[in-house]
Write a protein that binds this ligand. Structure first.
Ligand code: PMP
Length: 333
């Protein structure tokens, strides 16, 4: 076994995450299902990669100068990634977040020293939506840049240049399918493009939660959402700049119940504590594995740590209030 190399820069801790074979999902699908452990990043999510890519790109373009400020609207994980990267590089961070995201994310952002602005959850078309609020704040703040993760393609470039080649190498160049859900779309587009560059026969599948519009878009060209989901960080209603031209071959729609079942099984049977977008991704990977057939090799993203959701996914009262089945081992408060 080779140990990871000794590093001289903390930012180099971002990426180069492990890939692990998921036993239960592999058995369920009759093929190999592999999970890329993005919870192993310093900020405990896949978004550290986009955060670093966006900040480095703004520096290279001369927009972000020493002592500057990074402003972003985020469901939380991108903010955590940006706050860590900004701390390491001497920038200030302002994060705008809808107030229905988990308490742990808010507490984490405050603990990291980010200035947190909470706004009510609204539709994207509302001018007070967290994305628009963050753009306005960036315009009003001296020396600030707007990270703009949804439409800044430095986001997907980070996945094209890091996540995709890592996956390719870790799977020894033998990969039949890749799937994940989209928030900004940076992961699915960047990894999809990077894998197709290496082998155009790799099937790229979008896994969409309920309440998102992309399943219908890729199935029949109509941006139409049905149902709803409590999953944080995923579920998109428009084609972001990051999603434009994403090489999506097929699509699956996964319910919160299916995602939660995999969150529970991966925790109890394999010792992995994950968030709901990871469970939804794994359910999508099982669907893709069944679609591709026996013996195929499929990879997906384990997006973030479950420790970020102790007050929600791992809380019986919260789940029951949302009408979702609580894990049977969870006690009442
Ligand atoms: N899962 C979680 C928990 C996230 O925070 C995000 C990012 N919003 C995603 C998945 C989706 O990643 P992307 O933005 O690259 O589509």
């Amino acid at each position: 076994m080779t140990l990871p190399a000794a590093l001289t820069n903390t930012l180099d801790l971002i990426g180069n995450t492990p890939l692990v074979l998921l036993k239960g999902p592999s058995e369920a699908a009759g093929c190999e299902i592999w999970g890329k452990c993005e919870f192993a990043n310093p900020g405990a999510s896949v978004k550290d990669r986009a955060a670093l890519g966006i900040v480095r790109d703004a520096e290279a373009r001369g927009e972000l100068k020493p002592g500057g400020c990074v402003v972003e609207g985020t469901a939380g994980n991108t903010g955590i990634g940006i706050a860590l990267v900004a701390n390491a590089l001497g920038y200030r961070t302002i994060i705008v977040m809808p107030d229905n995201q988990s308490r742990e994310k808010m507490a984490t952002l405050r603990a990291l020293g980010a200035e947190l602005v909470l706004v009510p959850p609204t539709k994207y078309s509302d001018c007070n939506h967290f994305v628009h609020t963050s753009r306005r704040l960036a315009e009003e703040t001296e020396g600030a840049i707007w990270a703009n993760q949804f439409d800044n393609t430095a986001n997907r470039k980070a996945h094209l240049e890091t996540t995709a080649p890592e996956l390719w190498d870790q799977m020894g160049g033998r990969i039949d399918g890749f799937t994940c859900a989209a928030g900004t779309g940076g992961t699915i587009a960047g990894v999809g493009m990077g894998l197709k560059e290496r082998d155009e026969n790799v099937t790229i599948a979008l896994t969409d939660p309920h309440g998102a519009a992309l399943y219908n878009f890729y199935a029949n060209g109509e941006l139409k959402a049905e149902g709803s989901s409590v999953a944080e960080g995923i579920g998109q209603g428009r084609i972001t700049a990051n999603l434009e031209g994403a090489p999506i071959d097929t699509q699956f729609r996964i319910s919160d119940e299916e995602g939660l079942e995999w969150v529970a099984r991966l925790l109890r049977e394999e010792g992995l504590c994950l968030g709901l977008s990871s469970g939804i991704n794994v359910a999508g990977a099982v669907a893709l594995g069944r679609h591709l057939g026996k013996g195929s090799r499929v990879a997906t993203i384990l997006c973030d740590t479950g420790f970020r959701y102790l007050s929600t996914l791992y809380n019986r009262e919260w789940l029951e209030a949302k009408g979702l089945p609580a894990f049977d081992w969870l006690e009442r408060d």
